[in-house]
Ligand binder design. Sequence first.
Ligand SMILES: [Zn+2]
Length: 306
Amino acid sequence: MLIGIDLGGTKIEVLLLDETGHEVFRKRLPTPQGQYAAILQTIKQLVDEAEQHAGQTCTVGIGTPGAISPATGLIKNANSVVLNGKPLPTDLENLLQRPIKTENDANCLALSEATDGAGAGAAVVFAVIVGTGTGAGIVVHGKVLTGANAIAGEWGHNPLPWPTASELPGKPCYCGQQGCIETWLSGVGFEAEYRLATGSKRASADIVRLAEQGDTQAEALMQAYEERMAKSLAHVINILDPDVIVLGGGMSNIQRLYTNVPQRWGKYVFSDQVSTRLVAPQFGDSSGVRGAAWLGASSLPGKSGY
Ligand SMILES: [Zn+2]
């Protein structure tokens, strides 16, 4: 059986999957804040508990924030900063006494949805997490595309493409650049735009609700958001040309994106027609931990579809 761990900023979740994708056991614990050694121990505790349910030694895959640097073996780019610079895979292999597969959370979302979710059977799946930040992962023919620098898919820190005059130079980003896609498409970025336009502070879900109720300012911001997502994804389509784009993270709950964004991206994609599908994740918030579990599989159930 397969164990997946989703290591997040606020919680660590374990999932025990059988080889057909059936969920056998699941548990989550809060992430010890700022304590690396305690994070390792919590992961071990969850793996031990899952294996008691399995009654056997299982493979373990882990979805982490950030990425493992191929140059150093250390975590980089993680928003849980205590992990940055730490040899997480090596430490866990020592602690759990077995090889561990590690991928970032967006790659795990892509693998989960490409295996038996919303992108099952598709040759190329691009999965986006639009939540607090904006990350993405790529799966090609059932395999995660990690890349030479372990940043394949990290388009959130490219600049917003085809910017209008009012979108330049853009807001500063924590990565050191200005006007990154993440500063526009993350929930935080969307809320910042609303604050700038109206002077009041509201959560993304409230802004979406106001737009539904006919509030003209909220509606204008929603449309601007959809246009920016369309431009940002058209840029990806022009380079990678995925069959399916899956949206994850908090902003993926906005249902109108799935119809409005594809209606807008045609004018930016270099093609007479665009057959790319924009879809919600079939497994919702569970996709990250399912993808982590699939990292350990020697073969995937969806593979006959390719
Ligand atoms: Zn950035």
